[in-house]
Write a new protein. Structure first.
Length: 750
């Protein structure tokens, strides 16, 4: 069944108006926290709840409400693994800058120095930023004398030199008589001066520079204390600017190591208690359990940090039901029984968590012509009904045994969640027997972080769950060893889907698959016998061996089918059903014969179809044969088109299906050429319950015919039968064969 659905709505952030009104508790939490953040003092809050319960969505709604006032800034930081406090501080400073600078609040800050500080600190989280300045005064005294002689200079100096010599001689010998002694002395002095002035260079250089070098290098230290100081300084100044910062620490529950979680909380404590901002810590149940356990510990850090703990409860059944209905485009589909049971199954398998609920729906979304449809396999109706009954049991237990207690909502959710886990564990057992301890063991399943004082209540709830499943005839029990051991397993009334594997016991998976195959063989063999011998109703009481003998007697199967070589498999199957321990030989038998068991079903249905076709068509002058190299059954007629038949037993679609389709069409085309007739191809498709595989194959072969074999359009017939729709029904097959014979006047089935 396909129903049109608005897939755009299927996300955690979308909550229909009617659904919001249904979840009164969440709305109340939201209203209270909005008022506390806007009008109360800065505080730290712990938001707990199971993953996917809607914690992040709640905070997103609160943020949208509060940010209507431009004075509030939400700064988000994911802490999914342990990191040093210094690194967390760096990230916080970065997020403050990035959040502020991209908001309208940033424009309102009047303190320009504050903006510069925030930007500088942002850079500081990436680089080493430092400043340096220098003042330089230099004092120097340089004196130098330089002398140089050359021929030109000497020649130029001859005249003054001669004057000196002459003046000297004249003083001594009075060579020039006209010059008196006084003038002689004057001439000598002038001559000497002339000589020195022209012959020598005297360079006197005096330089005085005052230079004082002062260098002051300041490098900002970035240890935890300095970083914390800067961060608190920013928050204080923002507070003066009337800007309120709200930090949101998310994904803290993803820190698996308890020591790392403790260290993270301890590191953040000074900041959380600073009263400079409000802090919202979003965590899963693990931190919540730690918080409630801290109340009995001496001087626990947890009790002193958070002013308030807020638990986001699991979604209610009615809210998920209404949410699912809001996705559906056609209101009339809401009242359909299949859809109602399907939505109950979704709630059960989602453990009432919103995110998983949506993801389960998305798994079955299909697209056609750009429109989305939800595919619900109507042949799973019994499975959905079983889930609906189980969900009703869990609802009753939740209301009467859990919700009436005086526990906190977080503890109530813990107890409720275990019910879903136990059901899942039971389902994974398939048709195998299991004990109570395999479903619930406090010592093995719950570590010290879980509330130890819930052990007694968990024991009571688990026993009550099993008791109610027994009352509804969904479980049956077997008592062994004079009452020392009690085994349980699902009854025939319970149509259980095994969606997953128990990795802790790989052998049990092989047992489940083997037992399922053996149960299928026995069930279909019995149905075939009852279909062909309507007057005999005793086959429900007969063993598989007796049924096999009857099938051999009427010619459905041969002696080699489930012969003595494989008869041990029946005994192994019986052991598994009754929870008996398997020997090494039994386990080897399962492994060695797994392929054989899988092939038994196709053989059985092929033989059954041949028996029915032969009995019906032979009187109509058809010559029916089987085991053709390319086709399972051929019914030849001298005057009418032949009918070639392929028999398939498939529960799942594969990539090989398209090859099967091409092979069948090519074989029909070749057969037509050989017989020179326009013959008919009939495909009998049997399935345990999965019509989806058949529908996919039908669409594939339809496209292939349209594109590659248009001449075969009116000559191909598909017959689908599932276990849930009387798949073993010879009367229906005969009616269908009549339609094929008269196909010249009957519209094609494709």
């Amino acid at each position: 069944m396909k129903i049109k659905i608005d897939s755009q709505k299927i996300n955690s952030n979308y909550i229909d108006g009617d659904v919001r009104n249904t979840n009164v508790e969440v709305q109340e939490i939201k209203d209270q926290l909005v008022q506390q953040l806007k009008f109360g003092n800065n505080s730290s809050f712990l938001i707990s709840g199971y993953r996917g319960a809607g914690k992040t969505t709640l905070i997103s709604d609160i943020e949208d409400e509060i940010k209507k006032d431009n004075n509030y800034v939400f700064v988000h930081l994911n802490i999914s693994k342990y990191e040093s406090y210094s690194l967390i501080l760096r990230k916080l400073i970065r997020e403050i800058y990035l959040t502020l600078s991209s908001s309208e609040v940033y424009k309102k800050i009047e303190d320009k120095q504050l903006k510069e500080t925030i930007e500088l600190l942002y850079d500081h989280t990436f680089y080493e930023v430092f400043k340096s300045s220098s003042v330089k005064n230099l004092k120097e005294l340089n004196i130098s004398m330089e002398g140089s002689f050359n021929l030109k200079d000497v020649l130029k100096a001859i005249s003054p030199l001669l004057a000196v010599i002459i003046a000297s001689l004249n003083i001594s010998f009075d060579i020039i008589s006209i010059m008196s002694g006084f003038w002689n002395i004057i001439v000598l002095i002038l001559s000497i001066c002339w000589f020195f002035i022209t012959s020598f260079k005297l360079n006197l250089k005096k330089q005085k520079n005052n230079s004082a070098l002062e260098e002051l290098n300041r490098k900002s230290l970035y240890d935890d204390e300095i970083a914390e100081y800067h961060l608190k300084n920013i928050l204080e100044k923002l507070k003066k600017e009337d800007i309120k910062v709200i930090f949101v620490f998310d994904e803290l529950d993803k820190i698996e190591n308890e020591v790392d979680m403790n260290n993270t909380i301890s590191d953040l404590k000074p900041l959380l208690l600073s009263n400079l901002a409000s802090f919202i810590v979003i965590s899963g149940q693990k931190l919540y359990y730690k918080f409630i356990n801290s109340s009995v510990l001496d001087d626990s850090i947890m009790t002193s940090i958070f002013a308030k703990t807020i638990h986001v409860s699991l979604s209610t059944n009615i809210s998920l039901k209404k949410l699912f209905n809001s996705y559906i485009n056609e209101p009339s589909d809401v009242n359909n029984e299949l859809i109602n049971n399907y939505s109950d199954s979704l709630i059960l398998n989602s453990y009432r968590t919103l995110r998983k609920f949506n993801n389960l729906i998305l798994q079955n979304i299909e697209w056609e012509n750009n429109e989305s449809y939800l595919y619900i396999d109507e042949f799973n109706l019994n499975s959905y009904k079983t889930d609906s009954i189980i969900l009703e049991i869990l609802m009753e237990m939740t209301e009467n045994s859990i919700e009436i207690s005086d526990h906190d909502n977080g503890v109530k959710d813990f107890l409720t969640y275990q019910l879903f886990i136990w059901i899942k564990k039971m389902k994974l057992k398939g048709k195998l027997y299991f004990t109570n301890n395999e479903i619930y063991s406090f010592e093995e399943d719950y570590s010290e972080q879980y509330p130890i004082w819930t052990k007694f209540q968990l024991n009571e709830i688990c026993n009550e769950l099993i008791s109610k499943l027994l009352d509804k005839k969904l479980l049956e029990k077997t008592i062994l060893n004079d009452g020392d051991e009690i085994l349980y397993r699902w009854t025939v009334k319970a149509d259980i889907k095994v969606e997953g594997i128990n990795k802790e016991d790989e052998q049990s998976i092989d047992k489940i698959r083997f037992l399922d195959s053996m149960n299928e063989i026995e069930r279909h063999s019995r149905n075939i016998l009852m279909d062909l011998k309507e007057n005999d109703q005793d086959y429900n009481k007969k063993s598989l061996n007796k049924i096999r003998e009857e099938l051999i007697n009427i010619g459905i199967v041969k002696e080699y089918w489930l012969n003595n070589k494989n008869i041990d498999l029946v005994e192994v199957s019986s052991k598994i059903k009754h929870g008996q321990k398997l020997s090494v030989k039994d386990t080897d038998n399962i492994l060695k014969n797994s392929n054989y068991v899988r092939n038994v079903m196709p053989q059985l249905f092929e033989n059954y179809c041949f028996y029915v076709v032969d009995k019906y068509l032979s009187p109509l002058n058809y010559n029916v044969t089987k085991n053709n190299r390319e086709l399972d059954i051929i019914a030849q007629h001298n005057e009418l088109p032949d009918i070639v038949i392929e028999v398939k037993y498939k529960n799942f679609s594969t990539n090989h299906d398209i090859d099967i389709a091409y092979r069948l069409l090519k074989t029909l085309e070749k057969y037509n050429d050989n017989t020179q007739k326009k013959n008919k191809l009939v495909l009998f498709w049997f399935s345990r319950e999965n019509e989806k595989a058949y529908e996919k194959f039908k669409n594939q072969i339809k496209k292939i015919i349209s594109n590659d074999y248009p001449e075969l359009k009116d000559d191909v017939y598909l017959f689908y039968a599932s276990e849930n729709e009387s798949g073993v029904n010879s009367d229906k097959m005969k009616v269908y064969l009549d339609e094929v014979i008269q196909s010249s006047s009957v519209r094609t089935r494709l």
